[in-house]
Design a protein around this ligand. Structure first.
Ligand code: RM4
Ligand code: MN
Ligand code: MN
Length: 424
């Protein structure tokens, strides 16, 4: 453990008086604050194993120092985040980047930190050393049957790794598509992909879910074979009740109304999970809430309304994950900020006066509808989050403690200046 208990306790002791003063005010103002705190304590956000180091861009990568060099060190880093914020109790692995040499030992290590194994991610967007068939022209869509079979086999292998670790979902993101008109027969690409997904689906244990992640562009720029939520929903519907659509916030064409997509997918019981990040232009993978926190709030407003309409459990019934990349920030600081932003938006959505909003909608009172939403969005809920963290045993101010405990400097001392964490 990188921040010891005494340090955490003295950090909280320093801040407690000021916190209590603020909380005593907000608890009078916010109706149902206790129920909100309970929901916040339960709500965990999975950290992707590849976001613990600097990702770089296609122009270069600037090593951050002290990055985790192994799966064990990745778990250690997430353990640290979870110690501080009590909200990062899960890890999402990428295979083959994170193949556990000894699954039992890895499972025990994660359990020591209170960390579960979230969705497993397969990788058919890169060629691995000694791989027989190249994915340069796609994987499940490929014109060559053997290449398709290799991609199917890889996904099934990922499921097996996940079973050993106690995960219960597989995320399939395909880079498949085409970069030039005429390169691909769209129908054949779709049908090949569907057939491949069917084979993978057959290998899923009964209690598992399969998430089909879509992306509008990149690495292919003319067509993507799972290019939008309509295509993902088509695959998921054809596959069956264990298959769902996964929404990555950065995977849409500019200005897409993601809140509406989310509402409709929930309505169809086909929303499986989320990859949170923020963006200004495309798949920028920036810190959650750093560019457009209002949009994030509007998405959460649909999530909360839609999940409540279906009687769903907010913490358990969807997969919640960050998918970000870091170029200029310390990855761990960035992740602390992202988790905080997600929980802020969630809390604000819980504050929406749903009854009044529905009434205003029926009365065609557009002005009132906006007032209701923005009243929730403009509430400063950070003290509620801090109280939830405190009750769960975390830090009142995780970022401040991360800095005052000199975590990064200690990591550099232990692991070195030039380490590489991701497989990208
Ligand atoms: C993709 C996509 C996937 C992630 C990879 C690394 O753009 O978002 O979810 O696994 O990047
Ligand atoms: Mn993603
Ligand atoms: Mn992405």
């Amino acid at each position: 453990m990188l921040v010891d208990k005494n340090l955490l306790e003295s950090h909280n002791a320093d801040l407690i008086a000021k916190h209590q003063k603020k909380f005593s005010i907000i608890k009078e103002e916010v109706i149902g604050v206790e129920a909100i705190i309970e929901k916040l304590v339960a709500y965990q956000i999975a950290i992707p194993s590849w976001a613990l180091g600097t990702g770089g861009t296609r122009f270069g990568r600037f090593a951050g120092g002290g990055e985790p060099r192994s799966l064990e060190e990745k778990i250690e880093d997430i353990g640290l985040l979870h110690t501080l914020n009590k909200s990062s109790g899960a890890i999402s692995l990428h295979i083959p980047w994170d193949i556990p040499a000894n699954p039992k030992a890895i499972k025990n290590l994660a359990a020591d930190y209170g960390i579960k194994f979230d969705a497993m991610n397969s990788n058919t967007f890169q060629d691995q050393p000694n791989q027989k068939h190249s994915y340069k022209f796609g994987s499940l869509q490929h014109v060559n049957k053997d290449t398709r079979q290799q991609a199917i086999d890889h996904n099934i292998e990922v499921i097996h790794h996940g079973i050993e670790l106690g995960s219960d979902s597989l995320t399939v993101w395909l880079a498949d598509g085409s970069s030039f008109p005429g390169q691909l027969n769209f129908r054949n690409a779709f049908n090949n992909t569907l057939q491949g997904l069917e084979e993978i689906y057959k290998a899923l244990p009964d209690h598992w879910k399969m998430f089909i992640e879509y992306k509008a562009f990149e690495p292919n720029f003319y067509s993507m074979t799972v290019g939008d939520w309509g295509q993902s929903l088509l695959y998921a519907t054809k596959l069956g009740k264990k298959a769902f659509t996964l929404v990555d916030l950065g995977h849409h064409l500019p200005n897409a109304n993601i809140q509406q997509i989310v509402a409709l997918l929930l309505n169809e019981q086909k929303l499986g999970g989320f990859h949170f990040n923020d963006s200004k232009y495309g798949d920028d993978d920036l810190t959650v809430g750093s560019i457009d926190p209002y949009k994030l709030f509007l998405i959460f407003n649909e999530l909360v309304e839609g999940m409540d309409a279906r009687g769903m459990n907010h913490a358990r019934d969807l997969g919640w994950m960050i998918d970000a990349s870091h170029n200029v920030k310390d990855p761990l600081e960035d992740l602390l900020q992202s988790v905080e932003a997600i929980k802020i938006a969630y809390t604000q959505a819980l504050l929406v006066d749903d009854k009044a909003l529905k009434e205003a909608q029926l009365n065609l009172d557009t002005v009132k509808c906006q007032e209701i939403l923005q009243a929730a969005f403009r509430t400063d809920v950070r003290t509620i989050l801090a109280e939830a963290r405190l009750r769960a045993g975390g830090a009142l101010d995780p970022l401040q403690l991360f800095r005052s405990a000199n975590v990064r400097a200690n990591l550099i001392k232990a692991r070195g200046e030039k380490t590489i964490a991701t497989g990208l």
